[in-house]
Design a binder for this molecule. Structure first.
Ligand code: IMP
Length: 408
């Protein structure tokens, strides 16, 4: 069965957008299974730049059905605004090609407020993600089904009564502001209601009919609520397990694609053993334009961490790797790669010779400098998973295909 899943192998921002975009145009169904507007995909089609945070990428390339799965948390205002911008750019979005699972949870204004007030030490994107998932798990959240059932207004009042009881940080003025946001929410939800459905029967039918399906992961494996660098994580299951709870129908993925950046980056707080706080870190940030797609924050940069990636392969069962942003390593001199940690938790490095040639846009593996080819082969041998595709630049044509992604 032609089913694909794309997952970030590190801390997010590995360059998933580009590969998802290339795959999405060949798919019958694209599904997002976790996260919310904390994710950010920028896709270039010719001269047009599309930015998505919530809507699955298949909408842009014209794929048949795009689903926001039940594992996601969705802010109505952010979603409607994103849909309107895409529509202005000529993207067609109708209930026939876009579905919001009725079991997905809502991100409400109070969640964004709480995120700002409570989560500073984590360095979140302040999109209300953590508080929305907290409410989901504590069984006090609001699902999108309330829009269809006509129970949203009552649920909203009930939720704010709960917030008032539980959160001392929400003062009286803020409570008044939150209660006053109801009319605007109702107006927005009325526009979104036609898109809200039980998405599971449509997914089950696509599987039964052997349709081409893509699950589009957001963030990266080490931001996973269970397997990441807790508590410096996001609040969803970003690794492969999230695909099952976040969609509701079992799918045996043929291609479990891990996107690996050829160095490491992370945004926000938390451990980062191979972080570079020197000129090389600066150089990587500059070469890779490493600034957050959602918040614009400068990303922390460091050497490739293969010890971490080995774990990522175990967690996700990757059977195909995409190695991205290799052109950003040109001119760095000797490259270090972490292969283990010592007793104190410090990385143990191996050194590999670097290269100076500009390789941006290269499409032929054999045309790469020998040291670059050896770097790629070293990673592949260490992880014991084939690197099927090497990305050599921002354009969708800037790729070296070593192993096809398509079974038929
Ligand atoms: P939250 O997802 O906004 O709760 O943020 C939790 C942590 O995950 C913070 O360190 C964020 O910077 C990080 N994070 C969330 N989304 C992304 C992403 O799409 N790329 C990289 N980091 C992210």
């Amino acid at each position: 069965m032609p089913a694909y899943i794309v997952i970030g192998a590190q801390w997010g921002d590995e360059g998933k957008g580009k590969i998802v975009d290339v795959l999405a145009e060949k798919m019958d169904l694209v599904l997002r299974f976790q996260g919310g507007a904390n994710a950010g995909h920028t896709v270039l089609h010719g001269n047009t730049k599309y930015v998505t945070h919530l809507v699955p990428s298949g909408v842009i390339s014209g794929c048949a059905l795009n689903i926001i799965g039940n594992g996601c948390v969705v802010c109505p205002f952010t979603l409607l605004e994103e849909m309107q911008i895409l529509e202005k750019q000529g993207v067609c979005i109708t209930p026939a090609n876009f579905v919001i699972s009725e079991a997905a949870h809502m991100v409400l204004p109070v969640h964004k407020y709480l995120d700002k007030r409570l989560n500073e030490r984590i360095g979140t994107t302040v999109r209300g993600i953590g508080p929305a998932y907290t409410d989901k798990i504590s069984r006090s959240g609001i699902r999108w089904e309330t829009v269809v059932k006509g129970t949203f207004e009552a649920a909203y009042h009930e939720h704010l009564d709960y917030v008032e009881k539980v959160f001392a940080v929400v003062d009286k003025d803020e409570m008044d502001r939150l209660r006053a946001s109801l009319p605007q929410l109702l107006e927005t939800l009325e526009k979104l209601q036609p898109f809200v459905q039980d998405a599971r029967p449509q997914l089950a039918e696509a599987i039964r009919e052997n349709k081409k399906i893509l699950f589009e992961g957001a963030q990266g494996t080490f931001l996973d609520i269970d397997h990441g660098t807790y508590p410096f994580v996001t609040s969803s299951s970003t690794s492969i397990g999230g695909a099952f709870t976040g969609s509701g129908v079992f799918l045996d993925f043929d291609k479990r694609i891990g996107i690996v950046k050829s160095y490491t980056t992370r945004v926000g707080e938390g451990p980062f053993p191979t972080e570079l706080l020197d000129a090389n870190g600066e150089k990587l940030r500059k070469n890779g334009n490493e600034y957050g797609a959602t918040t614009g924050r400068p990303r922390r940069c460091g050497w490739l961490d293969l010890a971490l990636l080995k774990r990522s392969c175990l967690i996700n069962g990757f059977n195909y790797l995409v190695f991205s942003k290799i052109s950003c390593l040109s001119g760095l001199g000797t490259l270090k790669v972490a292969i283990d940690y010592d007793a104190a938790g410090k990385p143990v490095y191996t050194e590999l010779p670097g290269w100076d040639e500009d390789i941006e846009g290269c499409r032929d593996f054999n045309a790469l400098p020998e040291n670059c080819r050896n770097y790629i082969k070293f990673v592949e041998d260490f992880l014991q998973v084939p690197i099927g595709l090497v990305s050599t630049g921002p354009d969708r044509e800037h790729v070296i295909l070593r192993k096809t992604l398509f079974t038929s």
